[in-house]
Design a protein around this ligand. Sequence first.
Ligand SMILES: *[C@@H]1O[C@H](CO)[C@@H](O)[C@H](O)[C@H]1NC(C)=O
Ligand SMILES: *[C@@H]1O[C@H](CO)[C@@H](O)[C@H](O)[C@H]1NC(C)=O
Length: 383
Amino acid sequence: MRFFAYLTVLLFISHDGYCVEFHMSDVFSVLTHATVGALESIPRSIPSPSKFFELSKNVLIGFPYEIAYALINDFCSAALNSNSVFVKAKFTPKIESMSFILRTKDAHISIPINNPNALWNHTEFNSSNPLTIFVTGWKTNLKHDVSTAQDTMSAAYLCRGNVNFVTLDTAAYIDTLYSWSAFNTETIGECLSNALQSLITRYPLEKIHLIGHSLGAQICGAAGRHFTTNTKRWIPRITGLDPANPCFNNGEALSGLFRGDAQYVDVIHTNPGCLGKREAVGDADFYCNGMSPLQPGSFDVSSSHSRAWQYYAESVYPGQESNFLAKECTSMQAFETNCCHGPWISMGYATPTHVKGKYFLKTHSKSPYGENSRKYYQPVCVN
Ligand SMILES: *[C@@H]1O[C@H](CO)[C@@H](O)[C@H](O)[C@H]1NC(C)=O
Ligand SMILES: *[C@@H]1O[C@H](CO)[C@@H](O)[C@H](O)[C@H]1NC(C)=O
């Protein structure tokens, strides 16, 4: 029912009648079927992946972001709840072609996800050091693409040193369409869990940290759940960088990263209610600049969504661990009017893995983003 209210709003405030009307009819047809219970006819009325992707772009032009994303989300739920065999069969990811990349100062060592022992046995994998795996998700745009996220995080971790930094790029497989890619996060998460299960036969579990951006955060959550089911143990920490919002709803088929998926789950929110989740899903949730969907200095949802990894990476550099200081609080307004009295807590790399609750902070509008950053901070490694 919520849906029809949105439809009305969208049609009234449309600046681009033709485009919206065209796409709305696709959505409408799916929902009509869902409403009248004709679930088996949904698969045929779901638009093709490229059409759906266009919908999610076009629907944003001229609409309040949050309403547009709520619409996409409802659409996705309807498709998921239709339990469509068609969707599952057609968009199974090619797991066998996905790879882990072990990043070193000199090389990118690529190992198929299905042969994890080759990674754990690799001469460049140093068992004395902790393991951080960074999982990327949907490619949001060209300027802030997946390889930029990986390179930025990797540069920060390699600058710190004494770490095995591994990336898992799922974007090539889940790039075309948000929704269909969301259906695949469970499968990819299970693969990641299998790889970790083979690792912990000879490596301390305590040293493992998973970090995921967007859909990557949801993949990490799925990995954590599979890992616990299979081993009765917990991954120590999962960090969700603006976990993907559309299609992930508590209690539905895709529930996404949630506290309990690891011993400690910390989440950084930078585009709440749009590309990123608004709800507090971690043990600790950091709301950067409050609940507004746009970060200061950012003028579109995808660049705000990317801020999550930009902030995190900044906090990884030695000496910058306290750049982002947050306080437990009920709202941004309370934070700004000094109504929050707890201690300052570091967001990002150095978040103490016992703090719980909702935290608020402000950032600068350009790099260095942390309000507490050193004056001469350079996001490059100089040693
Ligand atoms: C990796 O090492 C383990 C134990 O040292 C060994 O059993 C396994 O065969 C090796 N795997 C690969 C792919 O080299
Ligand atoms: C592994 O890392 C440790 C530092 O954590 C270092 O002392 C050691 O030399 C490294 N081993 C290899 C083979 O590089």
